[in-house]
Design a protein around this ligand. Structure first.
Ligand SMILES: *Cc1c(COP(=O)(O)O)cnc(C)c1O
Length: 416
């Protein structure tokens, strides 16, 4: 597969090879990561990348787009079917830019938006002050309740009635429970606001029915394609017909130029894969695995934020372990178990030294692991976190990871 690359640039080829091996030989438990299929990877590496296709299918600014149009039409069609959406824009290059386009399509700078607090699970693009969203718009942030660590819909409603936002953003990067879109819709209806669902993290679970579907409640939906959807690194926007024109304009020419048609082809492939029974099974197994993993961690005495999980991810509270999230995630990384440090609600630490570890099951589930492996891995993780400086623990865990990753190969069939 890398025949030509090898000949042209051995230096880069060798590093790519090492990264592939790292992904094979480790337990990828960062909940925003996954393994795209070989079919998706192949679609990305095609000469479609050579083509300029500014505009939309059948309304391009360049000639020679007849085949590109066919591909983008199929991608749009599949995205709409998958989510019962009225309109789809498959051109966004990434989730962050797509969110900015959604704001640009519907609001004016200075308008009030409500989003989940970043340190309680929200995304940077949901109004953090260092992000362009927080700079351009007046973001008011809702949070989780201190006792339950869950979003309290009464509090969201109270804040919404007081602040009268033009839009409410739902969705998160580090919230282990589900979003009740119907309840959010009741609130946005009451104040005449737009309901925007950013389903980037749990999109795969929306498809499998393990998380509520955003439609018909949400007006606009954004999702990345590389997380639980298991596609290329990219994003797309869905919306009701009344927002279609404004959304399309905000993507092109509003915030992007020529679309990445090779990535759009790969998105079409991942939408097709996500429409299969196999993918529905995959979604169910992600959640079953997450529940088994959470149970294993809690049986070892670890505290999870909100006491468990209903989706693909969980957050370990490192405070009782007397370590920071960084120390914990680095100790795990030394055993080739990849997680990330993360803030937890009402974190006593800081954004750089937070007190939580975020981990999840999408990538391990792609490898075919089930509840039995989650129990073993949960025990091993707890052991490492309780003994971060013990070299015996480190060695034993490294050995276990080797065995597990050998038993559940990924990308081995790729001829690199
Ligand atoms: C990942 C994510 C994004 C941003 O996606 P990028 O492609 O990394 O820009 C936006 N919103 C949420 C909720 C996410 O989880």
């Amino acid at each position: 597969m890398f025949k030509n690359l090898k000949k042209e640039d051995l230096e880069i080829t060798n590093i790519i090879q090492k990264e592939i091996e790292r992904q094979q030989n480790g337990l990828v438990m960062i909940p925003s990561e996954n393994y795209a299929s070989k079919a998706v990877l192949e679609a990305m590496g095609t000469p479609l990348s050579n083509k300029y296709a500014e505009g939309y299918p059948h309304k391009r600014y360049y000639t020679g787009n007849q085949f590109i149009d066919e591909i983008e039409d199929i991608a749009i069609d599949r995205a709409k079917k998958l989510f019962s959406a009225e309109h789809a824009n498959v051109q966004p290059n990434a989730g962050s830019g797509a969110n900015l386009a959604v704001y640009m399509a519907t609001l004016k700078p200075g308008d009030t938006i409500m989003g989940l607090k970043l340190d309680q699970g929200g995304h940077l693009t949901h109004g953090h002050k260092v992000n362009v969203s927080g700079i351009l718009y007046n973001f008011i942030q809702y949070g989780v309740s201190k006792d339950t660590e869950l979003i309290d819909m009464d509090e969201v409603r109270e804040l919404a009635l007081k602040e009268k936002p033009k839009m409410i953003v739902t969705g998160a990067t580090a919230y282990p429970r589900v979003f009740n879109f119907e309840a959010f819709k009741k609130i946005t209806d009451e104040i005449g606001a737009i309901l925007f669902a950013d389903i980037s993290h749990f999109v795969g679970l929306c498809i499998s029915g393990d998380h509520p579907q955003p439609f018909p409640y949400a007006d606009i939906v954004m999702s990345t394609t590389h997380k639980t959807l298991r596609g290329p690194r990219s994003a797309f926007i869905l919306c009701k017909e009344s927002y279609a024109k404004a959304i399309d304009k905000a993507i092109f020419p509003g915030t992007q130029g020529g679309p990445m048609e090779h990535i759009i082809a790969a998105k079409a492939v991942c939408f097709k894969e996500a429409g299969t029974k196999k993918f529905i099974e995959y979604g169910h197994q992600i959640v079953k695995n997450a529940k088994a993993l959470a149970q294993a961690l809690m049986s070892e005495g670890l505290r999870l934020i909100s006491g468990g999980t209903d989706n693909h991810l969980m957050l370990i509270d490192c405070v009782p372990l007397k370590i920071t999230g960084r120390q914990g995630s680095e100790a795990l990384a030394n055993c080739e178990i990849y997680t990330n440090r993360n803030t937890i609600p009402y974190d006593p630490g800081s954004a750089f030294e937070p007190s939580g570890i975020r981990l999840g099951t999408p990538a391990l589930t792609t490898r075919g692991m089930k509840e039995k492996e989650m129990e073993i891995i949960g025990k091993a993780i707890a052991c490492v976190l309780k003994n971060i400086n013990n070299s015996d623990t480190l060695r034993n865990t490294q050995k276990l990871v080797k065995e597990l990753t050998k038993e559940y190969p990924i990308y081995q069939e790729l001829d690199f």
